[in-house]
Design a protein around this ligand. Structure first.
Ligand code: CUA
Length: 381
């Protein structure tokens, strides 16, 4: 009883049994018939065993039971019924796998700039949002081909280099639109440990879709769509995701969020992501000295810019997450921490304490330096 009760959680954001989109619902509709058939089979077999055990138990004065040898009718029956069940479940599963994997029809989503649109506002056209999902140790990168001015990790057919919107930790999607994910792992062919190829990750957002492997040097696909029910402008719903393939020390810290928002909110998010940050100047040193000091530290020799990009400034590092528009995110550090100044301080004091094994190995920063860096990071809206 106590064991069964452990399955009851009122707040379970990664519950596969509460689908919130057509793909996860499809999987759910496959799961439930199979589950109930299994329940019927279980009770039938268990009661038959119990009945026989009681009915034919040894009693005082029993002689040896009648010896039987095979029963063709029974054996054929208990072979054919499971065979038919397995063929049924197998067929439905294979059809489902192809259904969920196929490239969705419809034009890829793009934006007509305000200057060329009839309404004078940037207009979203197309039916399918394409996103490149890249698993890193240990965080997720999301590149939206054609929606920005940054470098994509890999190019879709026909895509120009330097035309992607690049972000990390939070996947924004417009509700009611099909999302086509092209998934890979950025791991090298040879792992840093030199023991073989880099690790495989697995992209999983239980409320919206099944799982898909992120494999180095290989691109896999996953379709997902979030229900538009209950979502209005300014009120997105956030779903939790998780790497679900053991990939090393901080595997459990390799999380992400999916922000399902109204198409208008999504368009606004894209528009904000497309603005570039300005490099700070000596004039800023007078008006916001703390932020300027942080900017100098960030871009100084051996500074954060070695690994991080902030589009529009000289920071062009490609090792860690792209930090342009950091403040537009709700989470950071592999979505382990909510984004606020307190958590940024905890992170900058000792990243290894938050995410053991992370590639962010930095010298000990003084509290003053951390305050300056946070003041700069606060400007990345
Ligand atoms: Cu990546 Cu587990």
């Amino acid at each position: 009883m106590a064991l069964a009760a452990t399955a009851c959680a009122s707040n379970a954001p990664q519950d596969t049994l509460k689908p919130k989109g057509p793909e996860s619902r499809y999987i759910d509709h496959l799961f439930f018939p199979v589950f109930w058939i299994a329940v019927v089979v279980f009770f039938f077999v268990a009661s038959a065993v119990l009945y026989c055990a009681v009915r034919f138990r040894a009693r005082p004065g029993n002689e040896n039971p009648r010896q039987v040898h095979g029963n063709t009718k029974l054996e054929v029956t208990w072979t054919i019924i499971p065979f038919l069940l397995l063929v049924g479940v197998g067929t439905a599963s294979v059809i489902g796998i192809f259904h969920l994997y196929k490239d969705p029809p419809g034009q890829r989503i793009s934006f007509v700039p305000a200057s060329a649109s009839a309404t004078g506002e940037p207009a979203m056209v197309g039916k399918v949002l394409e996103v490149h999902v890249i698993g890193h140790r240990w965080w997720w990168e999301f590149d939206y081909p054609g929606l920005g001015t940054m470098q994509d990790q890999f190019l879709s057919p026909g895509e120009q280099p330097g035309t992607a919107l690049v972000t990390a930790g939070e996947l924004h999607i417009p509700v009611g639109y099909m999302v086509r994910l092209d998934v890979t792992s950025n791991e090298p062919a040879k792992s840093p440990e030199g023991v073989g190829p880099g690790v495989i990750h697995n992209f999983w957002v239980p409320s919206l879709a099944g799982k898909i492997y992120a494999i180095p040097g290989h691109i896999t696909h996953l379709n997902l769509e979030a229900d538009s029910k209950l979502i209005t402008d300014g009120h997105p719903i956030t779903y939790s995701g998780q790497c679900s393939e053991f990939c090393g020390l901080s595997h459990a810290n390799m999380r992400f969020k999916v922000v399902a928002e109204s198409p208008a909110d999504f368009a606004a998010w894209v528009a904000n992501q497309q603005t570039v940050q300005s490099p700070m100047t000596t004039a800023d040193a007078l008006t916001s000295p703390l932020a300027y000091a942080g900017y100098t530290l960030f871009n100084g020799s051996g500074g954060c810019s070695t690994c991080h990009t902030i589009q529009g400034t000289s920071a062009q590092g490609q090792v860690g997450p792209n930090l342009t528009h950091l403040q537009a995110r709700g989470v950071f550090a592999g979505a382990v921490l909510a984004l606020n100044n307190n958590n940024l301080r905890i992170w900058l004091r000792d990243p290894q304490a938050v995410k053991p094994g992370a590639n962010m190995r930095i010298r000990k920063l003084s509290e003053r330096e951390i305050t300056e860096l946070i003041a700069y990071l606060d400007t990345l809206k």
